[in-house]
Design a protein around this ligand. Structure first.
Ligand SMILES: Cc1cc2nc3c(=O)[nH]c(=O)nc-3n(C[C@H](O)[C@H](O)[C@H](O)COP(=O)(O)O)c2cc1C
Length: 365
């Protein structure tokens, strides 16, 4: 059995203490100078005996206990273990270093609040912190150019204006055409760019949403609960030929479980799940800034899906509150290269879905 230092460790300060965080396993614990030294010397695979031999003055049982603790914390990984395979996958498959890795892996599976805890939290913050202005005006600027509002009753603006997040659905299946249009609006390939750049893919897929370097990192999966003429199940959308490939009939993981206990998701006819394939963007852009680019693209795709749903007169709402481990299980995602980033739920609006009385011009406008 050999051990080596996990590749996903960052050293931080917590007040006067030094702590180490394994952002893959999300464990944080204090570390002293000795632990830091052992970890730095375990850069490559070594037997516990070889590591112990580096410290002849330290009693063997103390050294054994130290190595066991470090392995338990996930700071040392054991050769041929599941953790070692994941660590190796990270080392070879994640080009965006700890800069983006800490964020990407470190925020997964947060302890989501249930509705009661969420209300309590809102009460707590509003009692201790004043609310912040959510808009910035031009008041005080030397010159302010007045502009008229666009005509929002027709054309593009009428559809843009119709979009609202609606989370209250009424039972009833959604048409396959509506599903097709939502998928195509977000992900459908409309043509190819012939790049003629040496080393670059000769044909870059172009869609109705922008993509950094046209790397097209997102794939769409459909969680189909109630769609006319479609067996319930999970489908993969092929953006190339606009087809749905049946992945699984198993909807055993509920959308409530998949999306942070949000049970409003259960009423929707379908959800489009946007899965990022980070390696597509990493291939061309090794700087961690590209991680931000991938996340932004989810917003573009999501917006087009929402607009297509609005155009069909359907209710839709997005969610970014993903229970990552459940999503990985459902869609069989690679832990390092893929993740479910964003999802849009679509269905028929319940009669009380949109409380127009709550949507009004600002009282001061
Ligand atoms: C990135 C992102 C994540 C969101 N996640 C959630 C979510 O998890 N649950 C939810 O109910 N709404 C979610 N929303 C919807 C917002 O709550 C909603 O857009 C906001 O209240 C404004 O309402 P509107 O969409 O009708 O303009 C999300 C919106 C965005 C842009």
């Amino acid at each position: 059995m050999r051990l080596r230092r996990a590749r996903t460790l960052v050293v931080e300060f917590a007040g006067p203490s030094v702590v180490i965080r394994n952002f893959m396993g999300q464990k944080v614990a204090p570390a002293d100078g000795f632990v830091l030294e052992v970890l730095s010397r375990a850069d490559d695979w070594q037997t516990p005996e070889a590591l112990c031999a580096l410290y002849p003055h330290v009693p063997a049982e103390t050294m054994d206990a130290c190595l066991r603790d470090l392995a338990e914390l996930g700071w040392l990984v054991t050769e041929h273990s599941e953790a070692a395979a994941l660590d190796a996958e990270y080392e070879t498959g994640w080009a965006w270093e700890a800069t983006a890795g800490l964020y990407h892996f470190g925020i997964q599976d947060p302890p989501w609040l249930d509705p009661v805890q969420s209300t309590q939290w809102m009460q707590q913050i509003s009692a201790t912190q004043p609310t912040l202005p959510l808009l910035t005006t031009n008041e005080g600027l030397e010159h302010v150019e007045e502009m008229q509002r666009p005509d929002m009753e027709q054309g593009l603006f009428a559809t843009l204006k119709r979009r609202r997040s609606i989370r209250s659905f009424e039972p009833g299946s959604v048409s396959k055409d509506a599903l097709r249009d939502c998928l195509f609006a977000g992900l459908g390939v409309t043509g190819f760019l012939n790049t003629q750049i040496p080393g670059e893919d000769p044909w870059l897929p172009l869609t109705m949403t922008p993509s950094g370097g046209a790397r097209n990192p997102f794939e769409g999966f459909v969680y189909a609960r109630s769609v006319d003429g479609l067996e319930p199940g999970i489908y993969h959308y092929s953006a190339l030929d606009n087809s749905l490939g049946f992945v699984s009939e198993d909807l055993a993981i509920s959308t409530t479980e998949l999306f942070a206990q949000q049970d409003w998701t259960e009423g929707a006819g379908f959800a489009i799940l946007l899965v990022a394939n980070f390696d597509r963007t990493m291939w061309k852009y090794p700087h961690p800034n590209a991680y931000r680019v991938v996340l932004m693209e989810a917003g573009h795709i999501g917006q087009n899906i929402l607009l297509a749903a609005a155009d069909h007169g359907l209710a839709a709402a997005p969610t970014g509150a993903v229970t990552d481990s459940a999503a990985r299980t459902l869609l069989n995602l690679n832990r390092v290269r893929q993740s479910l980033v964003y999802a849009v739920f679509v269905g028929h609006a319940a009669p009380d879905a949109f409380e127009t009385k709550n949507f009004m011009a600002h009282p001061q406008s």
